[in-house]
Design a protein around this ligand. Sequence first.
Ligand SMILES: NC(=O)c1ccc[n+]([C@@H]2O[C@H](COP(=O)([O-])OP(=O)(O)OC[C@H]3O[C@@H](n4cnc5c(N)ncnc54)[C@H](OP(=O)(O)O)[C@@H]3O)[C@@H](O)[C@H]2O)c1
Length: 251
Amino acid sequence: MSVIGFIGTGHIANPLARFLAAKGHHIVVTERSTSVSAALKADIGATVTDPQTVLDTSEIVFLCLRPHQAAEILKTLSFRADHRIVSVMAAVPEAQLKSLCAPATTFVQTIPLGYLQQGGCPMAAYGDDRLLAGLMEPENPVIKTSTEAALNAHFAVCAMVPGILDLLATGADWLGQQTGDEAAAEFYTTQLIAGFLSTMDKGRAGRLAAERDALATEGTLSLQMTQTLQQGGAHDALRDALTAIGKRLET
Ligand SMILES: NC(=O)c1ccc[n+]([C@@H]2O[C@H](COP(=O)([O-])OP(=O)(O)OC[C@H]3O[C@@H](n4cnc5c(N)ncnc54)[C@H](OP(=O)(O)O)[C@@H]3O)[C@@H](O)[C@H]2O)c1
């Protein structure tokens, strides 16, 4: 078991710290955000201290700052050559990380979502994917990417989550207006999709299209839905959004 430090103790650090503590690691966190760090101290026995002491007492360091804050905060800190570093920060490229965290040389960049605490969150990884797998698997599968551009493409797809939630909210709202029962409409919509996806074989390319085609056969309501969305430009809008987000993350 390792001593794992967190620089930045906000929304994503919270579930990561709880998951890693449950695996038996000792957690050391920076004090801001104080409500999160106080809860981690109370709930998982985390040590709360200043950023340099986090580094000095940790073997593995998670960087969980907002991208625009990262350079200003990290450049004031002294890293060690033997630090192993996990960055969850979108838009802080490898070259900048290496420069800010020198003389450390072991890095992995990844994209967690908060539900990792319960497991089942795929974690795209660029860099030392074995470091990440040793911490997060088997509960959260690590997906190695061979280039930083490929990692950034995963970041773009990760942004589909709120995009899809937004579409589901529209569907649930529409259903609630028809039935007058908003809560049941939201439950039905959410459970419908969650249940469907939970039973799908996720390890094979082409499975999504095969499941779609099995539903959207000639003359069905399903085909009417897929064709209307295609013709209305929903897929073009999705591809445009993915491309634009990918470009934004280019170094
Ligand atoms: N949220 C997600 O689901 C998610 C998912 C994947 C990746 N990420 C990435 O994770 C990173 C953090 O996102 P987040 O949502 O967790 O943001 P957040 O909640 O704002 O966390 C950032 C943390 O940094 C702290 N901080 C600010 N200045 C500091 C300083 N000088 N010294 C020490 N700590 C300081 C903030 O404290 P204060 O609150 O006191 O300002 C806050 O606790 C981002 O780069 C984001 O791209 C987030």
